[in-house]
Design a protein. Sequence first.
Length: 105
Amino acid sequence: MHGSSADQSPSEVVDVEIERLDRRWQQLPLDQALAAFPGLLAAVRQIAEETPWPVGLAARRQAVPDLGPAVAVDQLKVICADYTQVGGQPAWLAAHLTALRRSLP
């Protein structure tokens, strides 16, 4: 069991929340996953938009494609890795992921 989020750095909270989101998504019945998918995709797209690409890498910013619910969490993981790699704010990302997880059925 993980400690409380108050005891963890924002980066640790990001890692924990991604794990929790992944587990929760895998547990959702298909009908609930299909209903929740638009919100998950919107969240992934928001993280992508908030990714602070350096000027030389700004061309990497592309629209996140709709690849369906089967790979949505994988897309989330990639976007979160990009976000943190280029110096995004872990506290913002942690709060965003926590809210996303709590929004799932």
